[in-house]
Design a protein around this ligand. Structure first.
Ligand SMILES: [Zn+2]
Length: 103
């Protein structure tokens, strides 16, 4: 019996996230497209959005990495509302599912 740990391909991992975990990958694909649309139209090779750098080749997004080398927490871990992304002490956005101030 082999003790080699199984290798999970990126394709298998994506299908797992989509079909087993239930992530709506098409919604995330649209979110990425919205973030990079202007940069693609301008012929940019990369765009930074909310601390992440989206690498572009022609109209394709080839990878996403942190914009800065130091470890940076995602916005929701910095106390921001995960829905409207407003900071602690600010009011939630009118379209946010939470009410009152962000704590
Ligand atoms: Zn909110």
């Amino acid at each position: 019996m082999s003790r080699t740990p199984p290798h999970i391909t990126d394709h298998a991992l994506i299908r797992y996230l989509e079909r087993v975990v239930g992530l709506d990958l098409s919604a995330h694909r649209r979110a990425i497209a919205d973030r990079v649309a202007n940069a693609v139209a301008l012929g940019a090779s990369a765009v930074v959005s909310e601390g992440f750098k989206y690498m572009l080749t022609d109209s394709a997004v080839t990878t996403v990495r942190r914009a800065h080398s130091e470890r940076r927490l995602p916005a929701w871990q910095e106390g921001r509302c995960p829905d409207c992304r407003r900071r602690p002490g600010e009011r939630h956005a009118p379209t946010c599912s939470s009410c009152g101030d962000v704590s």
